[in-house]
Design a protein around this ligand. Structure first.
Ligand code: SF4
Ligand code: SF4
Length: 451
């Protein structure tokens, strides 16, 4: 694609990167076939190719974005399905991220939109406040539901409030947890913010699972905090970068090769957060430790896949017998990490029959805060995904990102009627299959075999 940046524009590193990406795009349109919003609307400006043209115009002219441009770019899920499809290697994320920051800087959103975005960027990374907000939300649910009749966004907020909250005492504590038996790996397990409130059992299951398979697990003190993915996707580049800096300062000793505390692997069990950590090398280009960190970041499925190649997983006989799983791959894992096969291999290594829902490349509509900000698209995508999972006839659905799990729990309850498919995190099912207790999230769901 031809570009028309001036020499002074090219002095900005962001513009130089954008120009390089734009020049790779040959307008072939292959990406439109796998873009969720284009599939729904059939509108070119709701496709990656159309959005790339809008972003190019924004960057070249430097003009303030129009409401129409903002709405087309806001509808983008940042699912990166287009990146996986593009034959020319267009790194779309480098364009949409810049566009989001530019919109944040130059466009004055309506007051409610501005307030909601600011609230989400502030609230979600702060566990204590987030928990307090969910408790308050439960008390005021009738009011929220009433207000939800007049606003899709308030309705989405009301539906996000869970019926019951796990205790904060279930969260993993900072410390060093030795491997059971011989140590094969040292792994830093970074606790997430939203997941730590909604499902602390996921990290607890991960801790048990890793120790059982020869990993010494280091849980760093929560000196740092949110990985920064949430503000980053809201276009709030400065706070997101400050979070990345603060985290790296807290974790330097874990990733420096000459440090006695160094770990082999850095893990976050929400794949959205893990894939953002992998991007620290890009976000903090002048900090060598950021590249070291990114090199060590893995998804849980990748780590378990490597471990199982060395020594078979300690599978408990009978748990997986007759159990079929629907593997719902989060976009952050299949497109962000570019990892499509490791989770399936690991689940199969435990003896499960694994099925994939139709159109596995399509987003479930969760996408960070997308389901709260774009509830109409999110609702449609969530319903389609839940229908596809239900159609597999699987006993249990499995995913690897708290956002997808939360979004799909509600949708599966509708799609499955009287027998909805329960959904678990990969860590929970693998912990169970290798000696952990039956996941509490399965509740009273009937599962075939010795249970
Ligand atoms: S597939 Fe790649 S090269 Fe083709 S239009 Fe989409 S982004 Fe451009
Ligand atoms: S990131 Fe996803 S929603 Fe956005 S343009 Fe690419 S495929 Fe479409």
């Amino acid at each position: 694609m031809q570009t028309h940046f001036t020499d002074s524009q090219r002095d900005e590193p962001g513009i130089r990167i954008a120009e390089e990406v734009l020049r790779k795009c040959v307008h072939c349109g292959f990406c439109t076939a796998t873009c969720p919003t284009y599939r729904i609307t059939g509108d070119e400006l709701e496709s990656p190719r159309g959005r790339i043209a809008l972003i190019q115009d924004l960057l070249e002219t430097g003009a303030a974005p129009t409401p129409l441009t903002v709405s087309h770019l806001d509808h983008c899920l940042s699912c990166l399905s287009c990146e996986s499809t593009c034959p020319s290697g267009v790194s779309y994320r480098r364009l949409i991220d810049q566009a989001r920051e530019l919109i944040e800087e130059k466009y004055r959103r309506p007051r409610f939109d501005r307030g909601l975005r600011a609230l989400l960027a502030w609230l979600l990374p702060q566990q204590a406040w987030f928990r307090a907000a969910l408790v308050a939300g439960r008390w005021s649910r009738p009011l929220l539901c009433f207000a939800g009749r007049f606003s899709l966004r308030i309705d989405a907020l009301a539906r996000m409030v869970p019926g019951a909250l796990p205790s904060a005492r279930d969260a993993i504590r900072p410390g060093i947890y030795p491997a059971e038996g011989t140590e094969i790996r040292r792994v830093a397990l970074i606790a997430g913010c939203v997941q730590g409130v909604l499902a602390p059992d996921i990290d607890a299951a991960t801790l048990r699972l890793l120790r059982r398979h020869g990993c010494t697990v280091v849980v760093p003190a929560p000196a740092a905090g949110c990985c920064g993915a949430l503000p980053h996707h809201l276009g709030k580049g400065t706070p997101a970068q400050a979070m990345a800096h603060r985290n790296l300062d807290a974790w330097r000793e874990l990733v420096r090769t000459d440090s006695p505390a160094a770990v082999d692997t850095v893990l976050m069990t929400a794949s959205g957060c893990g894939s953002h950590l992998k991007d620290y090398a890009y976000l903090l280009p002048d900090d060598g430790d950021a590249a070291e960190l990114a090199r060590r970041v893995k998804d849980l499925s990748q780590l378990l896949d490597e471990l199982s190649a060395q020594t078979p997983l300690r599978v408990v006989s009978g748990i997986s017998a007759g159990v079929t799983l629907a593997w719902q791959s989060p976009c952050s894992l299949q497109h962000g990490f570019n990892e499509k096969s490791a989770p399936i291999r690991v689940l199969q290594a435990c003896g499960f029959d694994v099925r994939q829902p139709q159109n596995p490349h399509l987003c479930c509509g969760s996408a960070g805060t997308y389901n709260l900000l774009q509830p109409a698209f999110a609702e449609r995508l969530g319903r389609d995904k839940a229908d596809a999972i239900t159609a597999t006839g699987a006993t249990i659905a499995v995913s690897a990102n708290i956002g997808c799990i939360t979004q799909l729990q509600a949708k599966l309850a509708v799609a499955g009627g009287e027998r909805p498919t329960p959904i678990l995190h990969l860590a929970q099912i693998l912990d169970w299959a290798t000696g952990g207790e039956r996941p509490a999230a399965l509740g009273k769901h009937e599962v075939p075999g010795k249970h």
